[in-house]
Write a protein that binds this ligand. Structure first.
Ligand code: NAD
Length: 536
């Protein structure tokens, strides 16, 4: 089977890295518990050696013409397109999500990210002239040069095991960096698949390496000599990563959790908004950083909206993601399921009412949970404050726009939000008042697949951006190169100062910023006399 061919290929890559593994990581299918493969853990020394190999190879990669890197990206696109079914099947088997979601939110997103990088790389990496507004420094040519950082470390989560590391890796590679990726311990085979495809496309082996392991392997990457880290994961781990990075002033991008609000205004398309809420909350079994985790509905629509979402949630089919009839797959593991259950049980004890779902489905498999609609909720409940990361849609009414905004912004997170209204201008006005890195008007989640759009949040949702030009910006350092047009001329502001220097500078200030024309002319003449002083 194609999947086995690819997965087997990936395993060989790891074994070929000639280290003695301390132990092995077992990858399992969350839908069935079936063992999918075993991969050796990378030890701290493996990680450090991988980074050193990447460092040694990176200057050669940075020296390749952008055209060569783009050609490799196009080959990667062709390979991924050819193997889309095998790659998506592996994603479904290792992460549990329905096959159609593996295709649309993983394979397609990575393909489009490659398209964006290939189209943007030339203009992005071209030196940018910088003109000077200050007359005193007119005799210069300035330019901005974008240089790769060197070796980028990437630490990624399990919920989008292909598209998250792929988009970040592609941005790093196209700008001339080498990458060492530490994927989630729950989805190592998918990361190794990405490695196989990139190597087959022509990315040199030392320029993209995967080191497999748990938290300590991520910590080893942080303690290595990487030049920048792009971390995607939970807030608690993100804080630990930020602390470790601060100790050595390592620049980091942190893409962390979310508690995204959906605001359904009184003029929303009711049926469409209800379908969006159900998809936005239950896609990938709610295990998406951009999931709808809080839904606020105008009182005028509230009852009808609830009836619609309950009916739609009850129609969803829960099962193995490989079954084409499945809408919602399993949670990734029992720990995640317990988080969901504890939030629901606590909310119920505080008065919340479950209108649909709210229970495990052991007859389907160990970590399946019914799509749950819950109401009578408020912000005193953990369910409305902490990330749930499960198939749960809490719905709460509001009366005015001001109340809706206050509720949306009453969160430690600020990743994304959505507003549902027929009045698009009104939606835009409210969007500006919501604390979030992205606000979608009449859509949810799709922003992650728009390669041009920046992805990232404020507050506890993180620091920095991935995707789009801003994501490319994170992968380069900006060097300002200043080139003097008259190299043989000493500057009038150099030593020795002497008693005449300060009046000349005063003259320059009058000339540049003085109010009266006469004063400006006199100031200019005083400043010009400085040009004639001998400074050599
Ligand atoms: P996690 O924080 O448990 O793990 C993320 C990664 O960090 C894993 O690879 C893990 O092995 C590694 N890690 C663990 N301890 C570490 C340490 N001490 N040092 C370095 N690395 C360490 O998160 P998860 O459960 O894999 O992912 C789910 C979380 O990710 C959710 O909170 C979700 O919102 C968030 N997420 C955010 C985005 C985004 O773009 N903002 C996208 C996807 C997921």
């Amino acid at each position: 089977m194609a999947t086995d061919r690819l997965a087997g290929h990936a395993r060989l890559e790891v074994v070929a890295r000639q280290h003695v593994p301390s132990s092995r990581l077992i990858s399992r299918n969350p839908a069935t518990g079936e063992v999918l493969g075993e991969v050796p853990f990378a030890t701290q020394s493996d990680v450090h050696q991988a980074v050193e190999r990447a460092r040694a190879a990176q200057p050669g990669w940075a020296a390749t013409h952008v055209r060569e890197r783009v050609a490799i990206f196009k080959k990667f696109q062709r390979l991924l397109t050819d193997h889309k079914a095998a790659v998506a099947t592996l994603i479904t088997r290792e992460a549990g999500k329905p096959y159609v979601e593996a295709l649309s939110t993983e394979v397609l997103v990575a393909l489009d990210a490659a398209r964006f990088c290939a189209e943007t790389a030339f203009s992005f990496l071209r030196d940018e002239p910088l003109s000077h507004g200050n007359l005193m420094v007119k005799a210069k040519r300035g330019r901005l040069v974008r240089e790769p950082h060197g070796v980028i470390g990437i630490i990624s989560p399990w919920n989008y095991p292909f598209s998250i590391p792929a988009t970040e890796t592609l941005a790093a590679l196209v700008t001339g960096n080498a990458v060492v990726l530490k994927p989630s311990e729950l989805t190592p085979l998918v990361a190794l698949e990405l490695q196989s495809l990139l190597h087959e496309a022509g990315v040199p082996k030392d320029i993209f390496q995967v080191v497999v392991g748990e938290g300590p392997t991520g910590a080893a990457l942080l303690s290595s000599s990487i030049d920048k880290l792009v971390f995607t994961g939970s807030v608690p781990t993100g804080k630990r990563v930020a602390e470790a990075a601060a100790k050595r002033l390592l620049p980091v991008v942190l893409e962390l959790g979310g508690k995204d609000a959906m605001l359904v205004l009184n003029d929303a398309h009711l049926e469409i908004a209800a379908s969006a809420a159900v998809w936005g909350a239950f896609m990938n079994a709610g295990q998406t950083c951009l999931s709808v985790e809080r839904c606020y509905v105008h009182r005028a629509l509230y009852d009808k909206f609830l009836a619609l979402v309950v009916a739609k949630a009850k129609r969803l089919r829960v099962g193995n993601g490989l079954d084409p009839n499945t809408d919602v797959g399993p949670l990734i593991n029992d720990r995640q399921l317990q988080v969901v259950e504890s939030q629901i049980e606590e909310a119920k004890a505080q008065g919340a009412k479950v209108l649909a779902g709210g229970m495990r489905l052991p007859e389907v498999g160990p970590t399946f949970y019914t799509p749950t609609v819950i109401t009578n909720v408020d912000h005193s409940m953990r369910l409305m404050r902490e990330e749930t990361f499960g198939p749960v849609l809490p719905v709460m009414p509001f009366e005015t726009d001001e109340e809706a905004l206050r509720l949306a912004n009453d969160s430690e997170f600020a990743l994304a939000a959505s507003i549902w209204t027929k009045n698009r201008k009104h939606g835009e006005r409210l969007a500006r008042q919501i604390d979030a890195g992205t606000v979608m008007i009449n859509d949810v989640l799709t922003c992650f697949g728009i390669s041009e759009a920046p992805h990232g949040g404020f507050k506890a949702s993180g620091i920095g951006l991935t995707h789009g030009r801003f994501g490319l910006d994170e992968m380069v350092r900006i060097k300002y190169v200043d080139n003097e047009l008259v190299p043989g001329l000493a500057k009038p502001w150099w030593y020795p100062y002497g008693p005449e220097c300060a009046p000349q500078v005063e003259g320059a200030i009058e000339f540049l910023f003085g109010r009266a024309l006469g004063k400006r002319i006199r100031g200019g003449l005083r400043a010009a006399s400085g040009l004639l002083r001998n400074r050599t």
